[in-house]
Design a protein around this ligand. Sequence first.
Ligand code: CP
Length: 306
Amino acid sequence: MRSLIDILDFTTEELDELIAVANDIIENPVKYSEKCKGKKLATLFFEPSTRTRLSFEAAMLELGGSVLGFSEANSSSAAKGESVADTAKTISCYADIIAMRHPKEGAPLVAAQNASIPVINAGDGGHNHPTQTLADLLTISREKGGFENLTVGFCGDLKFGRTVHSLISALSRYSGLKFVLISPDELKLPSYIKKDVLKKRNIPYEQTTDLESVIGDLDILYMTRVQRERFFNEEDYLRLKDSYILEPRKLKNAKPDLSIMHPLPRVNEISVAVDDDPRACYFKQVLNGKYIRMALILKLLEEAGR
Ligand code: CP
């Protein structure tokens, strides 16, 4: 059974196909409005979410299907101690496809190993968030016309930011990219990603703590929130949370065609005054997230023969 647990589960050709289908959905929504008639998506969210859960639900509804599920662990039998494996077997009796978010790294993989329907990882701890990456890739492809020869800056919490980990993995398969990793020393990109992805593929990257000194080099600036929920103590979070606040004055040396991205939610990392800048793309990412999830649901249901 084909699931999506890690963005690398899909080849670059498959990612291109998903992007092409999402673009076709954007152009011809009516063509897709009954494609999932009679099909059910279960959203199993053991962690809070606004965009991912509701965009999955909107995606299935716009495909003519139905949705069921829960939005917090406490309203499911996980609160009574039920395992992820048993939850996945149970939901397989009720739905055609699962989208699962869980605070524990690897939980959606366990679900996929036990379900008899496709499972989509909607974010597992500080590990991966492949469908955010799909939304990011659709946005980059629409803004930049492709993925090659871009200088991409990642700024903020690169240690716990699962969207950063997934997007770096996905982009690393394209040629001519350079990454600029901007973070406080305590929140640097994990060394396993530098070793297994960047060094292994000979991708040039630099690390810095200073956003303004590199902003002029960037084609994409991917801002991230400091992930309070992953910190072991509040003191460290409070000290680091406002390390980077993007304000209009900090964009004075930025390229005119810079794309400013953020997976959202934001706290303070991007001032609302930046929202009116034509280079701000983060609400486009939100909308693109729905279209690419529609394409993903179609692909996985088709491959499952459902
Ligand atoms: N980007 C993202 O995952 O947002 P939510 O946490 O609101 O789903």
